[in-house]
Design a protein around this ligand. Structure first.
Ligand code: CUK
Ligand code: CUA
Length: 637
């Protein structure tokens, strides 16, 4: 475990060893293998998109086999695919801070139509330098990255509304607004630090994102969020901790209050206020990066100004509901009627009723306000509590049969309970300390309650030791019967936080595509070997190059001089699945390329000495792959 996303007290850490079951190996029963076996040549039933945490990437697994199918680079450089190395992909990693080739990716959300996963896009968050990304499931590639202004620590993100109207992001770290003087003493937190909730609209055709508006709130830490659905469509719920508004030693100072809050946001109302011109324009600067599939090239645009609504001034868009204690999650059940909080320091799970909440708001059944935001009385919004479900409840998903399953970080188990009567039905140990869990469609209107995966923070004795750190483990359970049954363990990449899964045919049935060479509009494309050439513009040398099994054209390049900048524009003429070619040059000072069929990708190279430089294809593409090479000659200036 390197960077679990919350600070735990020594008490909790101390408890871990004691929770370790003695008969870990026996937790898997006899027919597990048959349930997870996907025969060679057969496909998995589900795509499982798993956040990579501090790796900054998104991994794609098959379920139930637990096979790793792909790592999709998002926020971090990826030498394997040339992501962030090629001239075409570099702009994707721009932010207002400059080239920002790393982030911390926590949450995954599939796009939804009528509350169910529709297989078009996956949205993910960059936690560190606040960003949202959209991955297109027709290419399995990051198509767009949008920076979020007025934000610090984009953790409560990206959660989406029932029809993907908005991707919503709450700031974990409150910070002064971008147009304020940020040079303030840190201990003026209460006065100067603000929370923000960003509502990012999604174009229903292209998927392109745009910040529709933000809501400014008092400075608290927004941790996680979920959209309402069905009856609660039009509302959004955020869990908040540090309602103590501490700015130092949060471990102690942000764990004092017996209850923190869930914030309920009426976003339909907020939309009306924006239309009515009630927002103020805040001057700021943020980047919006889009990957154009026709040119296979990303562009970055700097944007200014966002519309910000003030939650305190507009008295009826935000409400607090008390929630015990340091809540880490708020999850909305498939009916849209129940909101499940989880206080990681509480030994209970509060379940709120949407109807009761609305009644309480109508009757102004408030216990007062917090920094100008009305606080609904706990009992007035509460449906009931799950009593002593386990220790350290964190995250909840739903099985579609009236049950919820919640991870218990401290007591290392997943616990199934019934939403109506709030009784615990089953509990199974996990190895160890689960963070998020995932049921395919588990946050949707129609969950497919066949499997749950527990993403564990600590692996300890489950795998062969690999130095001081072990890969985080995922554990697959069959939940189709009364008892949850552990059927598979497998390692993950980076630190998985949230994940989602979707039936494979909902994705592949759409249009997973190869790029057609005729549609390639890259300015330096060579659509055949006869188009290849070397041209010079001042000290810039452009090499239009092609690859096809098994040669590079041209493969002998002369006329390069010291002081030149060389751009290798490599077009892969192949039109078959799974025949990329790579490109690298000795002394590679800008990484390598991996060029997909039909696409053009550019490597910039600045020679550092006179001489002969071998070039070659880096991807073993045919029996004559080793022959796929050539030379570049560099002469004195
Ligand atoms: S978080 Cu990691 S276990 Cu960042 Cu959603 Cu809860
Ligand atoms: Cu092309 Cu190896």
């Amino acid at each position: 475990m390197r960077a679990a996303c919350f600070v735990l007290t020594s008490l909790i850490i101390g408890g871990l060893g004691a929770c370790k079951p003695k008969n870990a190996g026996n937790a898997v029963s006899g027919n597990a293998a048959e349930k997870t076996y996907v025969a060679p040549g057969k496909y998995d039933e589900y795509y499982n998109f798993v956040s990579g945490g501090f790796s900054g990437q998104l991994s794609v697994y098959g379920l139930p086999s637990g096979r790793l199918l792909r790592v999709i680079p998002v926020f971090s450089l990826d030498p394997e695919k040339g992501w962030g190395f090629s001239e075409e992909t570099k702009p994707m990693l721009n932010t207002s801070h400059g080239f920002t080739p790393w982030d911390d990716l926590h949450h995954v959300q599939l796009s939804k139509t009528k509350g169910d996963n529709d297989g078009r896009w996956v949205f993910v968050n960059g936690n560190n330098t606040p960003r949202l990304a959209r991955i297109d499931l027709s290419t399995f590639r990051t198509a767009e990255i949008l920076e979020l202004p007025n934000s610090g620590g984009n953790h409560s993100s990206p959660f989406i509304t029932e029809n993907t109207e908005y991707v919503v992001a709450g700031t974990r770290f409150s910070v002064p607004m971008d147009d304020a003087d940020g040079d303030v003493p840190i201990n003026t937190y209460k006065k100067n630090f603000k929370g923000t909730l960003s509502f990012v609209s999604v174009n229903p055709q292209s998927g392109n994102m745009d910040i529709a508006f933000q809501i400014e709130t008092p400075g608290v830490n927004f941790d996680l969020s979920r959209a309402g659905k069905g009856p609660s469509h039009g509302w959004f719920f955020f869990s908040c901790y540090n309602t103590e508004q501490a700015n130092t030693l949060l471990e102690v100072n942000a764990s004092k209050n017996d209850k923190d809050f869930v914030m309920a946001v009426n976003w339909k109302k907020a939309e009306e206020y924006v239309k009515a011109g009630k927002g103020k324009k805040v001057n700021t600067k943020y980047m919006h990066n889009v990957f154009d599939e026709s040119t296979h090239t990303a562009t970055s645009e700097t944007k200014n100004n966002v519309i910000v609504l003030d939650a305190k001034e507009l008295k009826d868009i935000c409400y607090f509901i008390p929630c015990p204690k340091s809540p880490h999650g708020i999850d909305v059940d498939p009916t849209g009627q129940y909101m499940v909080g989880s206080g990681k320091l509480a030994a209970l799970i509060p379940v709120f009723s949407f109807d009761k909440m609305i009644k309480a708001i109508e009757k102004k059944d408030f216990e007062g306000d917090f920094a100008g935001i009305p606080v609904i009385k706990y009992e007035s919004a509460l449906y009931g509590e799950v009593d002593k479900p386990g220790l350290g409840p964190l995250h909840t998903e739903f099985d579609g049969r009236g049950n919820a399953i919640t991870t218990m970080f401290v007591s290392s188990e997943i616990v199934k309970w019934n939403i109506k009567d709030l009784k615990v039905i089953d509990r199974q140990p996990t190895f160890y300390s689960p963070g998020h869990l995932m049921i395919p469609g588990g946050d949707a209107i129609h969950p497919e309650g066949k499997y749950v995966v527990s993403y564990n923070k600590i692996t300890k004795d489950r795998y062969l030791p690999t130095g001081p750190e072990l890969s985080q483990s995922a554990q697959l359970f069959d939940i189709s019967g009364d008892k949850m049954q552990l059927i598979l363990d497998y390692p993950t990449i980076g630190e998985p936080h949230y994940a989602q899964a979707i039936k494979a045919d909902k994705v592949t049935g759409k249009s997973v595509k190869i790029f057609k060479i005729e549609e390639n509009k890259h300015p330096y494309v060579a659509k055949g070997e006869s188009d290849t050439k070397v041209t010079r513009e001042g000290n810039k040398v452009h090499v239009r190059m092609t690859t096809i099994r098994s040669h590079l054209t041209p493969d002998n390049i002369e006329g390069i001089r010291m002081g030149d900048e060389v751009y290798f524009h490599v077009t892969n003429l192949e039109q078959d699945w799974d025949v990329p070619h790579g490109f690298a040059i000795k002394g590679a000072n800008n990484g390598e390329l991996l060029v997909m069929p039909g696409e053009t990708t550019t490597l910039k190279w600045v020679p550092d000495r006179v001489g002969i430089f071998p070039i070659y294809c880096t991807d073993f593409c045919s029996a004559l792959h080793q022959e796929m090479s050539g030379y570049v000659r560099v002469s004195p200036a």
